[in-house]
Design a binder for this molecule. Sequence first.
Ligand code: GLN
Length: 266
Amino acid sequence: MKKKLLAAILCVATCACLLMGCGGSSSSDSAEGSSQADASAVTTVTEGVLTMATNAYFPPYEYYDGSEIVGIDAEIAKAVADKLGLELQIQDMEFDSIITAVQTGKVDIGLAGMTVTDERKQSVNFTDTYAEGIQSIIVKEGSDIKSADDLKGKKIGVQLSTTGDIYATDDYGKENVEEYNKGNDAVQALVTGKVDAVIIDNQPAISYVASNEGLVILDTEYVKEEYAGCISKDNEELLEAINGALAELKEDGTIQGILDKYIVSE
Ligand code: GLN
């Protein structure tokens, strides 16, 4: 509830700010008062380009359509880049490498259905959040695991360094957790009986269960989280510019439109 209240206050503050015209720069060709920032106003790894790191095996947030990376994060990043007058380039890498790539200045932003955590905040800045995630538990149909409590002593598959990995390790012990580089590898381990359950974000969970027969998602919300982009602590200017763009894209319904396009049922 507290989070909702805070979000409401932030939203009101943002709207008031937009109405009063503070913050964003406006250009003569902008429609409905939206601001189109000048690419030269922000410093990026490659001039004129917003370089985004992701792990493109996290549908519907990011996945391959042929050779192209598509999904919620790709579309949000494109909309943000357009607002900032930048070209978007996406680099696919292991989820585990994204924060380091951001920290070491190889990319401008990590956008990967990444959950905001206090630990990650020590390494990177997070943008304002743009979506909610839930950690879900996938099991085989007919499994005796019916709730999170039943996971005690079972083998749990996770994607390396994700919050699912962190929570599973904290709650059930490292010896019971099998880490895989890709969420799909964890799911295949469940299919072939190498693990008894997989803890993963709800939207990829829905997608994996739809594409693999005999799997079900338990009717329990293991942990609720919020997604945001991560940016180097050395580039506050880019953080502010991206937050400004995100605020406008929330305000004009673009972000909700992108979420609704990919997330059909909750
Ligand atoms: N939301 C999870 C995390 O941030 C998983 C993200 C992912 O696998 N792309 O750890």
